[in-house]
Write a protein that binds this ligand. Structure first.
Ligand code: COA
Length: 377
C-alpha cells in the first residue's frame, strides 16, 4: 500500500466551491483574474462561495445588511478579550478561543439544520473582523471602536482598527487581499474544517478547528514570519548572506514554495502589485525593494516561487497592521471558504475516516517481571 507523504496529490473530496487547475485558481468557475478585473467586493465573493452564483443587487443588499446586523460583539466577548490581552497569548490563540466562545453565547449553536448553519455562518463572518480590531486596540489599552453600518467589510475593519476611515486605495487593497485569500480548494485548514464537519459537529467547532490549523507557520502563519524575516534582513544589511545561511542550514524561507502550484501562485501577482502601489514613494518602499531582492535570490538559488504570503506581508504592513495580526487577517477572509466547505460537506456528507498503516511491533507479551516493575513505578 503506497502512502502519499503529506497526502500529496491525493483527492479527498469533490467540491464546486473552488479549483486549482494548471496553476489557475477559480471560485465557483470564475477565474480570480476575472474577479480582480471586475473589482468584486469581498462581500460579493463570499456570496459567490456560499451560493455558487453571483448575487443580484437585491441579494447583495440583503446579504450586506445581514453582515452589518451581526457585526457587534457582546460585552461578555469583549471582557474575555480583555482577559486574554493580559496573558500575552499569540493573537491566533486568542482568535481560536474567542471564536469558540461565540459558540458558547449562541443559543442555536447546537442546531445543525440549514437555516441555523447559515445564521451561524453570517455570525462568524461578521464578528471576526470586530474581534480582531477590538483585540488589537485593547492590547494597546485603547477602547474598541463599534462597527459602522455605512462602510464596506474592508473599510469597516480598517476603521475599527485605526479609528479613522481608510483612503480608497487602502480600502481597495484590503478588499483585494480578502478576495484573494477567501478560498483555496482543499488546503490544510479547509480539510481540517471538513473533517470536523463530517463528524456532524457544529459550525463553531469546525471553524475553531480550522483556525488552529491555519495558525501553523507552514500554512497561514507564514505571512507573519515573512515580515520578521524582512526586518531581520533589513537589520543585518546583507540579503544574500542572510538567505544563504538559512538555505545552508536547511531552514525554510517563509513565503516561498507551494504544494500545488508549480510555476506561479496566481494570487501573488496582485499582492506584489498592491505592495508596490501602497509603498511607492513612502517610508515603506524599502520593504517592497527588499522583497524584490529576496524573490530574485530565492528564485535563482532554489527555483522556488513566492506564494500568497510573501507580498501580503508588505501589503498588510503598509496598511498599518502589526505583523502578529497578519494571520488573523488571513482567517478573517478564509473563514468565508471554510464556511462554504462546511456546508458543502454537511450537504453531501460521509464521515472522513482514512486509515493509517501501522509500522510498529505486534504480538508483544507482558512478562511477569515487567508487570512487577511497572507496578512498583
Ligand atoms: C508550503 C510548503 C509547506 C509546501 O511544501 P511541500 O510540498 O511540503 O514541499 P517540501 O517541504 O516537501 O519541500 C520540497 C523541497 O523543496 C524545499 N523547499 C520547499 N519550500 C521551501 C522553502 N520555503 N524554503 C526552502 N526550501 C523549500 C524543501 O526543503 C525540499 O527540498 P529537498 O527535497 O532538498 O529536501 C513549503 O514550500 C514551505 O514550507 N514553505 C514555507 C512556508 C510557507 O510559505 N507556507 C505558506 C504556504 S501558502
Amino acid at each position: 500500500m503506497e502512502i502519499a507523504s503529506g497526502l500529496e496529490g491525493t483527492f479527498a473530496c469533490q467540491t464546486r466551491i473552488s479549483s486549482i487547475i494548471n496553476d489557475q485558481l477559480s471560485y465557483a468557475g470564475y477565474n480570480i483574474d476575472e474577479l480582480m478585473k471586475h473589482e468584486l467586493s469581498f462581500e460579493e465573493v463570499v456570496y459567490l462561495l456560499w451560493h455558487l452564483h453571483l448575487p443580484s443587487k437585491t441579494e447583495l443588499d440583503q446579504f450586506n445588511q445581514e453582515i452589518r446586523k451581526n457585526s457587534k460583539i457582546s460585552e461578555a466577548v469583549e471582557t474575555c478579550l480583555r482577559i486574554q490581552c493580559r496573558q500575552n497569548l499569540h493573537p491566533m490563540s486568542v482568535l481560536r478561543s474567542t471564536v469558540s466562545l461565540l459558540g458558547v453565547f449562541d443559543r442555536e449553536a447546537e442546531n445543525t439544520d440549514r437555516r441555523s448553519t447559515y445564521q451561524q455562518s453570517v455570525n462568524l463572518l461578521a464578528k471576526i473582523p470586530t474581534i480582531v480590531a477590538a483585540f488589537s486596540r485593547l492590547r494597546k489599552s485603547l477602547d474598541p471602536i463599534q462597527p459602522r453600518e455605512d462602510l464596506t467589510f474592508a473599510a469597516n475593519f480598517l476603521y475599527m482598527l485605526n479609528g479613522t476611515e481608510p483612503t480608497k486605495t487602502q480600502e481597495n487593497a484590503l478588499n483585494k487581499a480578502l478576495v484573494l485569500h477567501a478560498d483555496h480548494e482543499l488546503n490544510a485548514s479547509t480539510f481540517a474544517a471538513r473533517v470536523c464537519a463530517s463528524t456532524l459537529s457544529d459550525v463553531y467547532s469546525c471553524i475553531t478547528t480550522a483556525i488552529g490549523t491555519l495558525k501553523g507557520s507552514l500554512h497561514g502563519g507564514a505571512n507573519e514570519r515573512v515580515f520578521e524575516m524582512l526586518e531581520s534582513i533589513d537589520a543585518c544589511g546583507d540579503t544574500e548572506s542572510y538567505l544563504q545561511k538559512k538555505l545552508d542550514s536547511k531552514e525554510k524561507i517563509m513565503g516561498f514554495g507551494h504544494r500545488v502550484y508549480t510555476t506561479v501562485d496566481p494570487r501573488q501577482r496582485y499582492l506584489k502589485e498592491m505592495a508596490y502601489v501602497l509603498t511607492a514613494g513612502t517610508d515603506n518602499e524599502k520593504w517592497y525593494v527588499l522583497s524584490i531582492e529576496v524573490e530574485k535570490f530565492i528564485r535563482e538559488k532554489k527555483g522556488l516561487i513566492p506564494n500568497v504570503d510573501f507580498y501580503s506581508a508588505t501589503v498588510y504592513h503598509a496598511l498599518d497592521i502589526e505583523s502578529d495580526l497578519f494571520t488573523m487577517i488571513f482567517a478573517m477572509s478564509r473563514v468565508a471558504g471554510w464556511l462554504a466547505h462546511v456546508s458543502e460537506q454537511k450537504r453531501e456528507n460521509r464521515l472522513i475516516r482514512p486509515r493509517s498503516r501501522y509500522v510498529g511491533e505486534l504480538g508483544l507479551h507482558i512478562e511477569s517481571s515487567e508487570k512487577q516493575i511497572s507496578r512498583r513505578k
